[in-house]
Design a protein around this ligand. Structure first.
Ligand code: GLN
Length: 473
């Protein structure tokens, strides 16, 4: 399916209506959804109504611009007022949020047409959608393989042409990794760039909403629409939002980049490494300067993440106790009601995270694990900031391998966690990062990652535009 920009141009030229765009998207859904399972909730009726309203606005010269009438999809951990929101879990039941997340609301206000809510690993904990309580999504390029996760449904919906763009969320790679596996662009903003208000919390010091799009230009457009200060999120940045589309138009010529050797080491498939080197050489020919940089603390990032993220999750998920949300289990007393509701409502991976988190926070272990992990996080961030004194951006693979088979990693949680080794450092350091498709390996998509200093999404997008250009040829 065409990009958001191309669809908007078709409407502007009078070659298509928003109603037609929704019908085209629904036709794609009818063709492929049964096999791919990108969606948990589809909204064909309200989407058609919204589209007709958009068409009336445009006809009367009151159109809202680029997004007006464009079909899109939201990961099902983003609150949508009056529309079922599950977070991929049974514990929420058929929860109907009383308000929408800020990012969703900002797209609503621009007239974008919400087509549905997409599948995810339960509470965004996972890297394949295999931990969704409602069954996995499948990779549209090779349905015997996982689409990645946790924003797998959003990546599938965009890659399979069921919508023009989607929102996902990241705590540790959950937008970039599925984008890399499905062959689309996935952008994670700096921590604080996009309001987290109405995003169901996993690990609040890491969570960010991100975008899944067909190209870098669309990533810039969607980020521009959702970024910016929000009084409802005290951690949202007050920094002004630059013109990201202008940055993309400018491109990366004249910028400097580094390829840290730590991102090409053990576990990274030789073909993935070769693709990064091919693109790095092509960038130099395009007038970008390559410099040596090293990030030695990278090897500890995954360990720190799997202490900090579960610790915060164990606290955030305590609100799901059968009292305020979802089904309440039969019980003799309150403690038993909590125990049974949580026991029945949460899946295995979520329970594993809660146990891990409660353990690392408990007296006697706090200093050994949690405090150490926080120290490591500070070192990692300082190391990145030093590297960015040498170079404007970093180029790395997004993932160590291409998409894996179903079941390949579910028996080995550590192997599953490795899928995020190269994406997690940016979350810990709060950096913006984007995954852009490289040349497929053995027919499977591969992602090239560009990272930039905090709040320099403009620089990152400029470089990513050139990566996209050289990678496609
Ligand atoms: N796969 C990682 C995890 O399971 C990251 C998830 C995410 O970014 N939401 O925690």
């Amino acid at each position: 399916m065409e990009s958001l920009s191309a669809a908007a141009a078709r409407m502007a030229n009078g070659e298509a209506t928003a109603e037609q765009l929704v019908r085209e998207a629904m036709d794609r859904v009818a063709e492929r959804e049964e096999e791919l399972h990108a969606f948990l909730t589809l909204l064909p009726e309200s989407a058609l109504e919204d589209a007709r309203e958009s068409d009336r606005r445009r006809a009367s010269g009151q159109g809202h611009g680029l997004f007006d009438g464009i079909p899109w999809a939201a990961k099902d951990n983003l609150l949508t007022e009056g529309i079922r929101t599950t977070a991929g879990s049974r514990i929420l039941g058929d929860y109907l949020p009383p308000y929408s997340s800020t990012a969703v609301r900002r797209l609503d206000e621009r007239g974008a047409v919400l087509l549905g809510k997409t599948n995810l690993d339960e509470f965004a904990m996972g890297s394949s959608t295999e931990y969704s309580a409602f069954g996995p999504s499948r990779n549209p390029v090779d349905p015997s393989r996982v689409p990645g996760g946790s924003s797998g449904g959003s990546a599938v919906a965009v890659a399979a042409g069921m919508c023009h763009f989607a929102l996902g969320s990241e705590t540790g790679g959950s937008v970039r990794q599925p984008a890399a596996f499905c062959g689309v662009v996935g952008l994670k903003p700096s921590y604080g760039r996009v309001s987290r208000y109405g995003l169901i919390a996993f690990a609040s010091s890491l969570d960010q909403i991100g975008t899944l799009t067909r190209d870098v230009r669309d990533a810039a457009a969607v980020l521009g629409a959702i970024a910016g200060e929000d009084p409802m999120d005290q951690t949202s940045s007050t920094a002004p939002v630059p013109d990201y589309l202008a940055a993309v138009a400018q491109g990366g010529r004249g910028l400097s980049f580094g390829v840290p050797p730590e991102y090409l080491r053990e576990g990274v498939a030789p073909e993935v490494r070769a693709e990064v080197e091919r693109v790095a050489a092509a960038l130099e020919r395009q007038g970008l300067r390559r410099r040596e940089v090293s990030l030695p603390h990278t090897q500890y990032a995954l360990d720190a993440y799997y202490i900090i993220a579960p610790a915060e999750a164990s606290s955030n998920l305590s609100r799901f106790d059968g009292m305020r949300y979802g089904p309440r289990a039969e019980a003799q007393d309150l403690v038993e009601a909590y125990r049974r509701s949580r026991g029945q409502g949460f899946g295995t991976e979520v329970k594993r995270r809660i146990l891990l988190g409660a353990y690392v926070l408990s007296a006697g272990y706090y200093d050994t694990y949690y405090l150490q992990a926080q120290r490591l996080r500070t070192l990692l961030r300082q190391e990145f900031l030093r590297a960015f004194e040498q170079v404007d951006v970093l180029l790395t693979p997004t993932t160590p391998t291409t998409a894996f088979q179903f079941g390949e990693n579910t028996q080995d949680p550590l192997a599953m966690y490795m899928a995020d080794a190269l994406t997690i450092p940016a979350n810990l350091a709060g950096l913006p990062a984007i995954s852009v498709p490289g040349q497929p390996i053995g027919g499977l998509p591969v992602g090239l990652q560009v990272m930039a200093p905090p709040l320099r999404e403009d620089v990152m997008l400029a470089a990513a535009a050139t990566v996209e250009e050289v990678a496609s040829r």
